[in-house]
Design a protein. Structure first.
Length: 505
């Protein structure tokens, strides 16, 4: 399609399939063949309109000739007014190189979603969110993602500029180490859902690392939306006091999942819905790359944020996301229901919970909340193992410290994520030691519901709460700390909660 060609409909364009999800491929954009003089540029502008019901992804092919050293793309789209309660226009953008757009293929070169109106890619550099590398000749694709489309349709204009000349060398990536100094087997604090300027965040890796240290964190995980481009930019922020794991927030149209602690340079595709039956393939991709599969904010109300893939492939679930809201209260209740179901299952496998900040920009607080995990050391593998086993609790800040145990009549005991093997009628003592939670109330939650609520803790925030029960009465028990009054939109908002301890043989 030349810059003066315009087609307002989709009727005359072919509809193809990418994996199992429908994707529209537009007519191609061509440039002059052969290398131009160094520094010479060529520009093409392509207009179009997408109607309501457009496919999730629209690909604009661009024929890139030899001798190109930089690709620059800019785009605009109309945002007409819409009636109250009706979604307006929102158009995401990304780039695939000459290796193609195959689902899970090698052609991915970047994604900025709706965070940027332009980007460039060169061998030696790229806009945050995009991957530097050689500009090879062939058919590249600009990927448009019509997130929402107004009733009037989504009219857009894409401008592609090629710059000719010699290409510089691509720098070899340097990644952060997979271990920090640590304290041996200990409780470590982390925040595994964070966004930098490599997706829709506004903070640099250096700013995030500084905030993580100030929040008392021992580890963090990068999780930019639909791109791994930040991975080589964290190495100089790691240190003996901070383990930096690498990952991605895989942002599909039917929910988001944090790929937690994958191998450096791992890209996980997101271009599918629950109905396409593709999530299992990419969950396995995450695990093969050494990561954990963690559905994020499963009851968030933003379009496409609610989790619809089920939890059969999950290693943990993010129950608390950022400031505590009604969404989190619902997620906590649903997670508790999975614990009840696990008690009935033969395998007795259960899904651990965690909490993360999902911080993007000021005033989002890094480390609010944070997951505190018992790990054998401060390494990627040890932290992941602690999370996978549920040896963890979630606290609103570094100030909150918990010790949660159960003990039996002859000295048997178990901690968070464990099992106390006792007879059904044997007396069991549940003990919660708390500091840093002034005027909070402790609750013990079982498969039957809340069976014990403590008096309000003193202003000092420290105290010990005990309760006695049996395995027959409580198949599991977990602890919650609730604020005495509303700390936001939820009365009695959480200050902390633990994963469960199971009771019985």
């Amino acid at each position: 399609m030349c810059e003066d060609e315009h087609d307002d409909g989709m009727a005359r364009r072919a509809l193809f399939l990418t994996g199992a999800a429908a994707a529209l491929t537009l007519g191609g954009v061509t440039f002059a063949s052969g290398a131009g003089a160094a520094g010479r540029t060529e520009t093409r502008t392509v207009p179009g309109t997408l109607p309501v019901g457009a496919p999730d992804f629209v690909y604009l092919p661009v024929e890139v000739p030899r001798g190109v050293r930089e690709i620059h793309v800019a785009y605009t789209y109309e945002r007409p007014s819409v009636p109250a309660g009706t979604a307006g226009n929102a158009l995401d953008i990304g780039l695939f190189d000459e290796r193609g757009t195959e689902l899970g293929g090698e052609g991915f070169r970047g994604w900025s979603g709706g965070a940027r109106t332009e980007f460039f890619v060169r061998a030696d550099d790229a806009t945050p969110g995009y991957v530097p590398g050689r500009i090879r000749p062939g058919t590249w694709h600009i990927a448009l993602g019509p997130y929402t489309v107004a009733p009037q349709g989504l009219s857009y204009e894409v401008t592609i500029t090629l710059t000719y000349g010699e290409q510089a060398a691509t720098p070899a990536p340097v990644y952060p180490p997979s271990r920090a100094k640590g304290r041996g087997r200990a409780w470590y604090r982390g925040d595994c859902h964070l966004h930098s300027w490599y997706s829709d965040g506004r903070r640099t890796p250096a700013e995030i690392a500084a905030l993580a240290r100030a929040a008392g964190l021992d580890f963090i995980n990068s999780s930019d939306h639909n791109t791994h481009s930040s991975h080589p930019h964290w190495a100089d922020q790691a240190g003996d006091d901070l383990l930096i794991m690498l990952g991605e927030e895989v942002t599909t149209r039917n929910g988001h999942v944090v790929a937690l602690g994958t191998d450096p340079g791992t890209f996980v595709d997101w271009r599918y819905r629950a109905r396409d039956n593709r999530f299992g393939r990419f969950a396995r991709r995450i695990r093969r790359a050494g990561g954990l599969v963690v559905p994020a904010h499963p009851h968030a109300t933003c379009i496409g944020c609610g989790w619809k893939f089920g939890f059969g492939e999950a290693d943990a679930v993010e129950v608390w996301n950022g400031p505590y809201t009604p969404d989190d209260e619902v997620a906590l209740a649903e997670w508790d229901n999975t614990l009840v179901a696990s008690v009935r299952s033969e395998s007795r496998s259960w899904l651990p919970a965690m909490g993360n900040s999902d911080a993007h920009r000021d005033p989002d607080a890094v480390g609010r909340p944070q997951t505190v995990v018992l790990a054998d050391d401060l390494t990627r593998e040890a932290v992941q193992e602690g999370l996978r086993a549920g040896r963890s609790y979630v606290a609103e800040s570094k100030s909150v410290v918990l010790a949660f145990t159960v003990s039996g009549p002859t000295g048997e005991h178990a901690g968070v994520g464990g099992r106390l093997k006792v007879a059904a009628d044997a007396p069991v003592t549940v003990r919660l030691e708390v500091s840093g939670a002034p005027r909070c109330t402790a609750r013990f939650v079982t498969d039957e519901g809340v069976l014990f609520t403590s008096d309000v803790l003193p202003v000092s925030g420290s105290g010990t709460v005990e309760w006695r029960t049996t395995a027959q009465y409580a198949a599991y028990v977990r602890a919650e700390l609730r604020h005495e009054t509303a700390a936001g939109p939820v009365p009695g908002a959480l200050a902390a909660f633990t994963n469960p301890i199971f009771l019985g043989s």
